[in-house]
Design a protein around this ligand. Structure first.
Ligand code: NAD
Length: 453
């Protein structure tokens, strides 16, 4: 059995059966058997079934939010927002089956047309930081396009994925179309990657594991989409609304206790505005409410595990000065206070590696060119922000940053209807919006001869 731990108390909150390679093989066989019938479901009927799934999730949204808040250690208000997005995501892609359009292409001697065909069985591998929300970004377009799914949640947070499978069956989605296998990545994830009957892997997780998945998938020429790590920059120019930028910055890196691939963990501030920015930032960080995820007032919960807390703590190595820290409860639970560091530049470990915890590095810059150079000086390219009162400059800098997602005068990263994904070593492919469907289909070209010879 997997003992599922509640990070705020460090106590076991549930036990679920631990799947191994054999269970993965069985799930793939079920998904393979279910595929011909699922792809043949009329588009309007597939839409109706996915809308039913969204309705079923909405009806249980309160319970799902509590489950997610307890298991992932996230504030209940955030968990509610995430379950809202899950419902929205299934509704958005429920409209897709009737909109998977092909083309007709003028050719000699006949008619040429394209179709977007489902891939078959797709393997979805999901991390622990946004368990159900990231599950929905993959499951909804995969099912809408006519694929069947084997879903492997993170071992630390399998509970809401198991609920999703249950709600899908209740909504009338046929057995075998959505199969959940909860087990270790090195066993279950790896088996999915190797399995000859799995056509595609959609993975979200660390860049390190993503590299292994890309290599493993190459053996059977699987399609692969990867959503990996980040080291995003929050670029604040002196002509910005400094109070607004400083009030928002902590939530862009300490949200989800920093366990967010989009965390803007490098805060680049134009030197002329550094003092007022730091003063405003300190006020916000010191007043952050860190505590019980089920308390409505909580803004930040614990880290996911003790071993992860040790990794995060290793970034406070004494070499980089600490500017200030907020408060956090003492144990039990994996607590870590929001922490702001002032490195001398961008070449120290905390500015180069993904911390995945509530640790921000504030780095000053002189001018636009230096801001762009520092922001781009990373192997990652997932997210980021530009704060400026000069619209032309903000847009110029947004275009110059090598990153898949960027916001101006805002720290938002994700909307169901717009593409999300990384440049460079932050990933391959896009989730959400219309683009995601392309990654769950292949294009078929059909030529129909209308003239003899
Ligand atoms: P992880 O890479 O350790 O695990 C992710 C998933 O992969 C889990 O389900 C795990 O069991 C599985 N896995 C582990 N080893 C495997 C293997 N050898 N073969 C197949 N599957 C394997 O990541 P994590 O610690 O769960 O999540 C944190 C990471 O995820 C961070 O790096 C973060 O940036 C990244 N992330 C990225 C995005 C994004 O959209 N770009 C979103 C959220 C998290």
């Amino acid at each position: 059995m997997i003992e599922v731990i509640e990070p705020a108390s460090a106590e076991v909150m549930a036990e679920v059966p631990r799947a191994g390679a054999e269970e993965v093989d069985e799930a793939v066989a079920r998904a393979k058997a279910a595929f011909p019938a699922w792809r043949a479901v009329a588009p309007a009927d597939r839409s109706r079934l996915l809308r039913g799934l969204a309705d079923g999730l909405e009806a249980r949204a309160g319970d799902l939010a509590v489950l997610e808040a307890r298991n992932a250690g996230k504030p209940i208000a955030d968990a509610r927002g995430e379950i809202g997005m899950v419902v929205e995501c299934f509704r958005y892609y429920a409209a897709a089956p009737e909109r998977l359009l092909g083309q007709t292409i003028p050719v000699a001697g006949g008619v040429d047309m394209t179709f977007r065909e489902p891939l078959g069985v797709v393997g979805l591998i999901v991390p622990w930081n946004f368990p159900l929300v990231i599950t929905s970004w993959k499951t909804a377009p995969a099912l809408a396009a006519g694929n069947t799914v084997v879903l492997k949640p993170a071992e630390l947070t399998p509970l809401t994925a198991i609920e999703l499978e249950r709600v899908a069956l209740e909504a009338g989605i046929p057995e075998g179309v959505l199969n959940v296998v909860a087990g270790p990545g090195s066993v279950c994830g790896q088996r999915l990657v190797e399995h000859p009957d799995v056509a595609k892997i959609a993975f979200t997780g660390s860049t390190e594991v993503g590299r292994g998945i890309a290599a493993g998938a190459a053996r059977t020429i699987k399609r692969v989409t990867l959503e990996l790590g980040g080291k995003s920059a929050n670029v604040v120019f002196a002509d910005a609304d400094i109070e607004a930028a400083a009030a928002a910055a902590p939530f862009a890196v300490f949200g989800n206790a920093g366990q967010d691939c989009c965390a803007r963990s490098r805060i680049l501030v134009q030197r002329d505005a550094l003092d007022p920015f730091m003063a405003a930032l300190e006020r916000t960080v010191r007043s952050m409410v860190v505590g019980d995820p089920l308390d409505e007032a909580t803004q930040m919960g614990p880290l996911i595990s003790e071993s992860h807390r040790e990794t995060v703590a290793s970034f406070l190595d004494g070499e980089v000065p600490v500017a200030f820290r907020g408060d956090a409860p003492d144990g039990p639970g994996y607590w870590f206070p929001p922490t702001v560091l002032e490195p001398s530049g961008n070449d120290v470990r905390v500015a180069r590696e993904e911390v995945f915890g509530p640790v921000a590095a504030v780095i000053p810059f002189e001018d636009e060119a230096e801001a762009v150079a520092i922001a781009n000086d990373t192997i990652y390219g997932l997210s980021g922000s530009v704060w400026s009162g000069d619209g032309a400059r903000a847009l110029r800098v947004a275009r110059a940053l090598d990153t898949g997602v960027i916001s101006i005068n805002s720290n938002s990263s994700v909307r169901v209807s717009t593409p999300f994904g990384g440049f460079k070593q932050s990933g391959v492919g896009r989730e959400l919006g219309p683009d995601a469907l392309e990654h769950y289909t292949d294009v078929k070209n059909v030529y129909y001869a209308t003239e003899e010879g």
